[in-house]
Each structure stands twice: as C-alpha cells, then as structure tokens.
Ligand binder design. Structure first.
Ligand SMILES: [Zn+2]
Length: 395
C-alpha cells in the first residue's frame, strides 16, 4: 500500500494498558468503550472527501504552506485537556498526506498522534512537539511578518514546520516520523504515555521556541509546597495563639537568603515564590498558611531538596510536588546555541533516542497575550530541521 494511509488503532488491551498507567480511576471493564470513544475521536465513519479519494489510490505529495497550516492549527482551540479536535485534525491531515497514523489515547478525549511513512515505518529520526497550549485561547491573525494567536510559537508553528520539513524530506526519499503529544503544559501526560510505545527512534528533535538555536541544556523544575500550621486565637491576645503566617514568612525569608548553585554555561538556579495563601481574618491569629515555590534546576534536585528541608526546619512542612530533571543536550555542528531556562517533554521521552531541542519563535512571547511567531523563522526552521535530519541520518 505504497503512499497509503492506514489508521492503526490500538487494540483494546493496549489502549487499556496505556490508559490505566495514567489514570487511577480507570476500570479494566471499560476498555471497549474507551476504544469506541477512540474511534469516534477520529470520526472514521465520515471520512473527508480527500481521504476517500486517497483511499481510492491517489498518492498525495504536497508542499506545505507553513503559514496557513500554522493558522489552521491555532484556530483549533487546544488548551491542555482539550486536545481532542486538534489531534483529530492532525491525524486526518497526516493520513491524507500518506502517513501511517497511530493514535494513542492518553485520557478520554485526548490522544497523541504518531505518524510514520509506509516507506520507512522504523524512522531513525522523529520530530516531536506538543499539541496543547496554555489558556486563554486567542484566535489567529497575521501581518506581513508575523502570525499571532495562542500557540503561534508554543507550539503550533512548530508542528507546521515539522510537518513541512517531513514533507520536503519525503520528496528527497528521506523519511522521518512525527510525534505530537498532549499535556506538555501541565504534567507531560502525553509524553509519559508515548514513552511506553515501542519505537526505533535514534534521534528525537523536540520542538520548543528557541529562536531556531540549538539548546545546550534545559533547566529542570522543582515544585515545592511549604505548609505552616499554628493555633487560632483572638488577635488581641497573640500570646494565646501561634501564628502560621509568621512561621511561613520566616521560612520564606530563610529560603530567599539560601545560596543557590550557578553554572557559568547554564546560568543560575532560580527560585520563584508563586503563591502565598493563609489566614482567616485580621482579628484572628492564623492557624494555616501555605506557599507554592518553583525552583529552576541546573543540576540534580536531591542536594537542593535536602537544603530546602534543612532551611525550613520545623517552621513548616515541605512537600515536593513535581520534579523535572535538568538535562544537558547535544549541540549540532556550528549552529548557534542557547540554554532553555524552561522545561520540556524531553525528560519524559527518554525512550525516544538522543534528544535535540530546537524550534522557531521566542519563549519570551510564549504564554503572553501577544504571542506570535515570525514567518521568516518558520521558513528558516523548515530548512534547519531538514538539514539536521539529513546529517543525523548520514544523507
Ligand atoms: Zn511548549
């Protein structure tokens, strides 16, 4: 079936396994209904006319228009949790372009999309990024030089670039795979599910906005919850109570004074006190207070965890709620480099070969109201992805 798209569905058992691995509330008995939902997800019973035409044997080869494809993707709202429609769109488009498309349900209504060419199902190079965005949804618009909208650079422009690069490579007889996952912006759920999937990938080129520079490292993240407890009393008689807020404030002061590591190449480990909450009323000595912190890691988290626990001492309870490791990445020839101070799906995709990190757009505008990507960077990125893939494959 050269040039044919085959939709490979996970078997009931496999889907159940993926699903049960990620959702505590899963019941083994609903595997079948889960698969039925997965089928509905792709709306197989109502293929688009192009798809029908394709099934009749027409071979598609298309030069992608990255700008319009980016805008099409932006216009499908896909804030984390709502990736269903954009995944469906991508699966259909990739099927139409002749890829074998595998859809793996990560959670009801949310599925990863993995596409390979029938000519080379065991691709050594995979382009990957995420389909979800942060809220709020912002529809697409453009001017001469930019595309605006939610996900323009993080990461829908990158999806368009990766598909366009794969299509251009295909015209030269070089076949790469494409992996688009859900949930990167929250907990890397899609990447964790994909990591259980068998693959033959040797090099994973992960896309995040790096302004088309190769990342030499990606900082990790350690989320910390500090909870102080006390005893309520009338505020006129503070000696009868025990203020949780006083303890929390003191703990935070100590943490702010803590010496954090720094690396001449990667930069400093940084700390943000993102949330503080607690207390009941101005005239009540507070019995509870809590702060949520995020450290950007430049090394292993263990020494820092110990330092935090020792610094807080018995002022409050310390819980570590998320730990994404720091990773050093390979550079590529003499391409310009950068350090990603943000986290990516790369640590969760450890079974997908050696990772590289590169993509168009700036992280400084990602997650902002004015998110955009430069059209010029999109076109440059297609060239870069093609060039890197060819060299990695020795072509
Ligand atoms: Zn991103």
């Amino acid at each position: 079936m050269a040039g044919a798209a085959v939709l490979l569905w996970e078997t009931a058992g496999r889907t159940a396994a993926c699903f049960s691995a990620t959702t505590a509330a899963f019941h083994a008995g609903n595997a079948i209904s889960l698969c039925e939902r997965a089928l509905t997800f792709l709306d197989r019973s109502h293929p688009k006319p192009e798809f029908a035409e394709f099934r009749a044997g027409k071979v598609f080869s298309m030069r992608m228009d990255v700008v319009s494809f980016t805008r099409q993707l932006i216009d499908i709202e896909s804030t984390t949790g709502n990736e269903g429609p954009v995944g469906q769109f991508l699966a259909q488009e990739l099927g139409r372009l002749g890829y074998e498309v595998q859809v793996t349900v990560a959670e009801l209504g949310r599925a990863n999309v993995f596409a390979t060419s029938p000519q080379e199902p065991q691709s050594a190079v995979i382009f990957s990024t995420h389909m979800d965005t942060v809220p709020p949804y912002i529809p697409s618009s453009e001017d001469e030089q930019h595309i605006y909208g939610r996900g323009a650079c993080d990461a829908k422009g990158i999806i368009a670039v990766q598909v366009a690069a794969a299509e251009r490579l295909k015209q030269e007889g070089i076949y790469v795979g494409l992996l688009f996952v859900v949930g990167e912006e929250r907990d890397s759920l899609g990447a964790k599910v994909a990591n259980e999937q068998a693959n033959s990938c040797k090099f994973l080129i992960n896309g995040e906005p790096t302004e088309n520079r190769i990342a030499t490292a990606s900082k990790g993240a350690l989320r910390v919850e500090i909870t102080a407890s006390g005893r309520m009393a009338h505020s006129a008689y503070p000696e009868l109570g025990d203020s949780a807020i006083d303890k929390l404030v003191e703990a935070l002061h100590r943490l702010k004074r803590m010496q954090l590591p720094s690396d001449p190449e990667v930069g400093p480990c940084t700390m943000n006190v993102g949330v503080i909450e607690g207390g009941r009323a101005p005239n009540v000595i507070p019995d509870k207070a809590r702060a949520l912190l995020l450290f950007r890691l430049i090394g292993p988290s263990e020494p820092l965890r110990e330092q935090i626990v020792a610094t807080v001492g018995d002022l409050a309870k310390v819980d570590f709620t998320l730990d994404i490791p720091f990773v050093r990445l390979r550079t590529f020839e003499d391409l310009p480099t950068m350090v990603a101070a943000f986290t990516t799906d790369i640590p969760a995709l450890s079974n997908w070969g050696q990772p590289l990190l590169l993509g168009p757009g700036s992280i400084h505008v990602a997650h902002t109201e004015g998110e955009y990507v430069e059209k010029k960077q999109l076109h440059q990125a297609v060239d870069l992805y093609c060039g890197i893939a060819k060299k990695l494959m020795g072509k």
